[in-house]
Design a binder for this molecule. Structure first.
Ligand code: NAD
Length: 364
């Protein structure tokens, strides 16, 4: 067996149906007596309800969280933190809300409780991406990692099946890249396979019955495992491409992941046959890339970058940006092959492992 390093994150995780009721106790555990409850505008009613439920333990709520953590929003939230003499953060929502909580924690080192309502996985990482003047920069710090995460399946029931599908594929992407990460380790690889399996089984059930609480539980459990992978090992081509496309062309986060994933996997297939076999097995498919593409089809998601808002004339710029700053990937990053990948993703075509194709194994 190959040697490895494994480190666990110092955080507490509560999982179940109705676990939000444990929030007051968890606040007390962290010594928080004046929490600021965060949400997006979409979930403002939920934040206000939770602030009311907390009574004296909540100092107020701030429901302006936005995608990619713009610093002007954080500045406004920081003013509320000072004005209300806040001593802890409760972030209720998807990755955007978690991002705002992390941005406040980075500036104040206040303790955070995150209550995720999507499958983005940000709650499990010490990473924060912030946007200033349209430019997104990412940093990592122990201050950013939330102290406590409460997964309550009930809060995910309001996610429309379409959002559950793309958010779930976003989560699967973390586990997929963990399986071929340079710093992979056997524990995280087990979590990755279990995460992919749970989500791949649950998402089609959610599509056919949005009220299926067992399937929603399975999906949230899978999302937790996938988020743990993102927090534990390094990512590669897929995450880099999605970061570039999302940041530069303002594409929706989860949908971009959902479109790109089969193509990034096909790109790396020849370099990582063992990881591909693990991904395929977890999906219950014969081939990793084709299995992911078919899962997207079964879930009825949009499978083309064109459909989710990217202009065809931006493909060259995207390919240039994707190869600009070198980063690790199992297969070397080659501009022409990346351009081909983005073009296929733009067209919504099935993924192609072009190394295999050149060898005559697959027809494009
Ligand atoms: P999001 O938080 O913007 O949520 C998308 C929309 O869905 C929002 O309008 C939100 O209010 C709504 N929503 C969320 N949960 C819902 C629910 N249960 N019911 C109804 N509506 C609901 O998007 P996201 O995909 O969760 O997160 C994306 C953001 O997270 C991006 O900014 C991304 O960069 C960041 N992210 C960061 C990390 C990290 O480790 N730093 C990891 C993953 C994602």
């Amino acid at each position: 067996m190959q040697g490895f390093a494994y480190q666990t994150a110092p955080m507490r995780v509560i999982f179940g149906v109705g676990t939000l009721s444990q929030l007051p106790g968890e606040l007390a555990r962290l010594g928080i007596s004046r929490a600021l409850v965060l949400a997006t505008a979409n979930q403002a009613a939920r934040a206000s309800y939770i602030a009311a439920m907390l009574g004296d333990r909540a100092a107020g709520f701030f429901a302006e969280a936005a995608m990619h953590t713009p610093v002007d929003v954080t500045d406004r939230a920081m003013a509320r933190v000072r004005e209300l003499k806040v001593d802890g953060i409760v972030a209720i929502g998807g990755g955007s809300t978690t991002g705002l909580g992390k941005a406040i924690a980075l500036r104040t080192d206040l303790p955070q409780i995150v209550v995720p309502t999507s499958y983005a996985g940000s709650e499990m990482t010490p990473i924060l991406g912030e946007t200033r003047d349209g430019l997104k920069t990412t940093q990592s710090s122990p201050k950013i990692l939330p102290e406590t995460v409460i997964y309550d399946v009930n809060l995910t029931m309001t996610m429309p099946p379409q959002l559950a599908a793309t958010s779930g594929l976003n989560a699967i992407a973390h586990a997929v890249e963990a399986l071929y990460a340079r710093d992979r380790n056997p524990i995280i690889s087990l979590m990755a396979q279990e995460g992919i399996k749970n989500l791949a089984q649950a998402l089609p059930k959610i599509k056919s019955d949005a009220g299926d609480i067992e399937a929603r539980s399975e999906a949230l459990y899978g999302a937790w495992l996938c988020g743990s992978c993102l927090g534990a090992v390094g990512m590669a081509l897929h995450h880099k491409l999605c970061h570039t496309l999302g940041g530069t062309f303002n594409l929706p986060h989860a949908e971009t992941h959902a479109v790109i994933l089969p193509h990034a996997v096909a790109y790396n297939a020849s370099a990582e046959p063992q990881a591909m076999a693990e991904i395929a097995r977890a999906l219950g498919a014969d081939d990793a890339a084709a299995g992911l593409f078919e899962l997207g089809g079964k879930l009825g998601i949009r499978r083309s970058l064109g459909e989710i808002g990217m202009r065809k004339q931006d493909i060259d710029q995207a390919a240039d940006l994707a190869v600009k700053n070198p980063y690790w990937n199992p297969r070397p990053i080659e501009r022409d092959a990346i351009r081909e990948l983005i073009t296929r993703a733009w067209d919504g075509k099935a993924p192609v492992d072009d190394v295999k194709a050149q060898a005559g194994g697959v027809s494009a």
